[in-house]
Design a protein around this ligand. Structure first.
Ligand SMILES: O=C(O)c1ccccc1NCC(=O)[C@H](O)[C@H](O)COP(=O)(O)O
Length: 258
């Protein structure tokens, strides 16, 4: 399945490249604002940081929410005290787009994570051109030399990479890259099973000084508390927020967990 997700994301990127070439992206980047300092925004503090996600649907959960106005949702997240916003931009499986990313960029002053299946320099350039400050790099989806190349290029663009892992071995690969922001995703990207105990099993493998993000499977406050007790500096939450009638209040309750 992870291979299908990358194949879809790459085919979407190739189609976009026919419309907007690399030099056009470089011109957009030159004209745009500098990236925000995501590492400071997500740095460890007395309460857990919340990365709140704009997520319409997913292969594991199907349709979650229509989200006709992603700007409004992002503003609600910001009002609730989110430290960053995640925007899914893959279209086929997640019903997202770079237009969502650009719209959210205009609506909030928080760092924005482009959540997609990134495997090329072109996708990194377009992430920056459309207003992302953070990009997702998934260890399970990329061989180490390519992962290192993309990690380094993201840094050259001023982007912060959230390096996503699913095991102690993948954490070690993320550390070898020089990653300063490491995520542990409770969702297996092949079977879609969730394992909320994974974070507590591998968090200790992430050296001090690296920001730790617990990703996925937050259904309630007790899940945030569990991740926090296990050492999470930040939690990444999608489905629970987009399906709640008061996302600002839910973010606020998560962000108060100490
Ligand atoms: O959410 C999915 O079904 C999914 C399947 C395969 C690859 C990635 C997937 N989601 C991306 C994410 O990492 C999540 O959207 C994010 O961590 C939030 O998860 P949740 O709070 O469980 O919606």
């Amino acid at each position: 399945m992870l291979g299908d997700l990358y194949a879809s994301a790459l085919s979407e990127a190739r189609a976009r490249e026919e419309q907007i070439g690399i030099s056009a992206l470089e011109a957009m980047i030159a004209e745009g604002a500098a990236p925000l300092d995501a590492l400071t925004a997500l740095s460890p503090t007395e309460t857990v940081r919340v990365i709140a996600e704009v997520k319409r649907s997913s292969p594991a959960q199907g349709d979650l929410a229509q989200i006709p106005d992603p700007q409004l949702l992002a503003q609600q997240y910001e009002a609730g005290g989110a430290s960053a916003i995640s925007v899914l931009t893959e279209q086929q499986y997640f019903n997202g787009s770079l237009q969502d990313l650009a719209a959210v960029r205009k609506a909030v002053s928080l760092p924005i994570l482009r959540k997609d299946f990134i495997a090329t320099e072109y996708q990194l350039l377009e992430s920056r051109a459309f207003g992302a400050d953070i990009v997702l790099l998934i260890v399970a989806g990329l061989e180490q030399p390519l992962l290192q190349r993309l990690y380094d290029f993201a840094g050259e663009l001023g982007l912060t990479a959230l390096v996503e892992t699913h095991s102690a071995e993948e954490v070690s690969r993320a550390v070898d890259l020089g990653a300063e922001l490491i995520g542990v995703n409770a969702r297996n990207l092949t079977t879609f099973e969730v394992d909320r105990g994974l974070f507590e099993r591998v968090a200790d493998q992430i050296p001090a000084g690296i920001t730790r993000v617990a990703e996925s499977a937050v259904a309630s406050l007790s899940d945030v508390e569990r991740y926090r007790e296990a050492g999470a500096d930040a939690v990444l939450v999608g489905a629970a927020l987009v399906q709640d009638s008061d996302p600002a209040q839910l973010v606020a309750s998560f962000a108060a967990v100490s």
